[in-house]
Design a binder for this molecule. Sequence first.
Ligand code: FAD
Length: 470
Amino acid sequence: AQAIVWFRNDLRLDDNPALRAALDADLAPVCVYIHAPDEEGTWAPGAASNAWRHRSLAALDAQLRRRGSRLRLFHGPSLATLQSLVDTCEAQAVFWNRRYEPRIETRDALIKSALRGSGVRAESHNGALLFEPWALQTGQGGPYKVFTPFWRKALSEWRLQTPWEAPRTLPSSEAGPAGVALDALGLRPARPWDADFWPLWQPGEAGASETLEIFIDGALRGYSAGRDRPDRVGTSRLSPHLHFGEIAPWRVVAAIEAGRTAATAPDIDAYIRELGWREFGHHLLHHFPHTPEQDFNPRFARFPWARDASALIEAWHLGRTGVPIIDAGMREMWSTGWMHNRVRMIVGSWLCKHMRVHWREGARWFWDTLVDADLANNTLGWQWIGGTGADAAPYFRIFNPVTQAQKFDPAGAYIAKWLPELAGIPVPLRFSPWTAPDVLKRVAPGYPSAPVVDLAGGREAALAAYQRSR
Ligand code: FAD
């Protein structure tokens, strides 16, 4: 007897509760992936995310083949595809792991009731979170809006799923259709603009485990301070792996905890707390499903956003704002599909405050360009930096990109790496090259001669606009 195991953002075998459920029920798993981006509405995955998914699906198929099974790929619609698979494979059940994006939650609920209505066992599991969004509630029984009490509650109810290893061989079934070839899904970019991504990343479960090991042997020690330094490898770079479910967060926690000593405790706690922000992002997205589009806090309803900011936005996209730390970040993202968290905050603050562009513009651009683009985390990050979030930075906290660079990239190495044309400008001038126009003109004649928005003037204008709109 067969079960359909419907893979989504859980592209791994170990710690995969849906796969495990099929095996526990003694059903041969028919492993499928259904490509149905239009079912995600306006948040269909972006280009960088698709490029990653292409490789991650290939890696998953290879893992399955090593165990005597394989991954079958289909085009949506999801429900009709599952129903026809159930019929042709004579499957008794459909298992999957939950996602928490609003459109997907609604869709999945419909799919579950339609399948059950036709007598099929349809079951969803938690494959992605330490605490599902409804697991933690305030004393009044509602959702949390502030991180600190949310996290305190999480720590007080701490219990992790136990790690589970998929068996070395999987029962296979040839029943039903073979599916389409990976290339037919059209995930891989037509032009290879992503070529520079792949020396850095290894999509898939094996890549996720290796990345975790490298982090534990390296940057974990000193993480609590190092995580703010874009000029170093100070973080785990697990975000795309976590987004695509190539590793379970409880496995990450267990592996990190295994090295706990008095010396490592602060770094371990700091790291797990960051995973806590990911949990909080999913909690907020589930309970406040309008927030990818709308301000959590409506305090900006009458804010005078910049009119016709298209030239400013384009300079920001291209990494040509004339402010080196910002341009370095935007170019890091072009080249690698990832940007350091500290720099995400600096470029975000610049867009929303100095340029007075709504955070949605930034969220959209990140959505298309990040390999870790994640609706929960991206919404959380942008509402936070835009000042509209539940638990946001106050609007008057406007990052000064020059002092931020001095503090977090003190030798200017991050700037020099992503803007090699500025490497010949000595520090500290490299942080604000417009203050030495002769040097800038001589060393990097192609770089903007001045910031697209004056630093002090932009800050003043943003604060004045905020006062006016209150
Ligand atoms: P580490 O420091 O090693 O952290 C470990 C893990 O914790 C990360 O992989 C991530 O899953 C989680 N995490 C860390 N910081 C945060 C955070 N602030 N919020 C939520 N989860 C966090 N993260 C995404 O995964 N996808 C996004 O689309 C995304 N968009 C962002 C947009 C903005 C404007 C900002 C300020 C942040 C955004 N983040 C996003 C959060 C954060 O920048 C990345 O998760 C982090 O840089 C990933 O690198 P890492 O894996 O090395 O992080």
